[in-house]
Write a protein that binds this ligand. Structure first.
Ligand code: FE
Length: 209
């Protein structure tokens, strides 16, 4: 390829964001092998597809949240929405987990949890029920909705942002998130993630409390 043609190639709009920890940092709850596929293959593919689908459209160059908002519910932009949303969801999911996570949420978040759910344990149970009960692929979320905490679930790539809710934490319940480690035992994956990996500091940060 001549040098001039190479120089004319624009840089990709979105790049795969770095993982906030090593691929083996969430073991034994989530194996390095799962992370290798989930982050290195699935998340990367969403970014690559997003760049390919946005290129040359009026949405190219916009921030990810704007692309998500502009493509949501648009019959002519389903693939673009799915890949943009999955790019956002996965970056958010990595930060929703941390090595040595789980445990007690920060003091600033606890009154909000108690007001909404009665107790931290009831909040954990509600999140587990949403994650385990989501039929097929999707996500379970702790969100701030009109000043109140709620647990919601979404299907496939869908996310609370498009419904005016602020996500605080998420759990990926697509099979690619757990099948290598837990096979069909989604409830075991969900329980281990909630007990040992959930990043409550990230939730408090997103709640602005
Ligand atoms: Fe995933």
């Amino acid at each position: 390829m001549p040098a001039r043609a190479r120089a004319a190639q624009p840089a990709p709009a979105f790049v795969l964001p770095p993982l906030p920890y090593a691929e083996n940092a969430l073991e034994p709850v989530i194996s390095a092998s799962t992370m290798g596929y989930h982050y290195g293959k699935h998340h990367r593919a969403y970014i690559d597809n997003l760049n390919r689908l946005a290129a040359g459209t009026e949405l190219a160059g916009l921030p990810l949240e704007k692309i998500i908002a502009a493509s949501a519910e648009r019959a002519d932009a389903v693939a673009l929405f799915n890949n943009a949303a999955q790019a956002w969801n996965h970056a958010f999911y990595w930060h929703s987990l941390r090595p040595g996570g789980g445990g007690t949420p920060p003091a600033a978040l606890r009154p909000h949890i108690e007001a909404a759910f009665g107790s931290v344990d009831a909040c954990r149970k509600s999140l587990a029920a949403a994650a385990t009960g989501q039929f097929g692929s999707g996500w379970a979320w702790l969100v701030m909705d009109g000043g109140k905490l709620r647990v919601v679930k979404t299907t496939n790539a869908d996310l609370p942002l498009t419904k005016g809710m602020q996500p605080l934490l998420t759990i990926d319940v697509w099979e690619h998130a757990y099948y290598l480690d837990y096979q069909n035992r989604r409830a075991d994956y969900v329980e281990a993630v909630i007990d040992k990996l959930l990043n409550w500091d990230f939730a408090a940060q997103n709640a602005h409390v």
